[in-house]
Design a protein around this ligand. Structure first.
Ligand SMILES: [Zn+2]
Ligand SMILES: [Zn+2]
Length: 137
């Protein structure tokens, strides 16, 4: 992801705690879930503050947000390396997908646009939900 990260600027305590929590795992939490996690460390923090800080971190390239049909809400990812996502319409979990070289999106230079970023989200049913479904047939 090619984004401008402010050089030499230190994150506020709130922002670095939010970032830390997002980097602890790859569950791609919603703002509400981030709030729950961060509240354990900053009990007084409000959801509005979380949301504002998430937007800040996102627009400065520290984190990315994922919007997909079956996620039902915006998800946040502390990992901004280019990876793809799979979203399960049953359990609404968002998984990271390892991409292979051949999956690289080729941008047609003739189009003339400058692509800074792209998101690919695969939608479907995850392997855990598939297993559960089979048990009931
Ligand atoms: Zn699932
Ligand atoms: Zn991810």
């Amino acid at each position: 992801m090619i984004l401008k990260v402010p050089q030499g600027k230190r994150l506020t305590k709130q922002r670095s705690i939010i970032l830390e929590e997002l980097k602890k795992n790859r569950i791609h939490p919603t703002a509400l879930e981030v709030h729950k996690l961060v509240k354990k460390r900053l009990p007084k923090i409000s959801l509005a503050t979380i949301y504002r800080n998430l937007k800040f971190l996102q627009s400065n390239g520290y984190i990315m947000s994922i919007n997909c049909e079956s996620c039902n809400s915006e998800r946040f990812d502390g990992f901004t390396d280019h990876h793809q996502h799979f979203s399960c319409k049953v359990c609404q979990k968002v998984y990271d997908m390892n991409k292979s070289k051949s999956d690289e999106v080729k941008v047609n230079k003739k189009e003339g646009h400058q692509v800074d970023d792209y998101q690919i989200i695969f939608n479907g049913i995850c392997k855990i939900c598939l297993k559960k479904e089979k048990q009931y047939i």
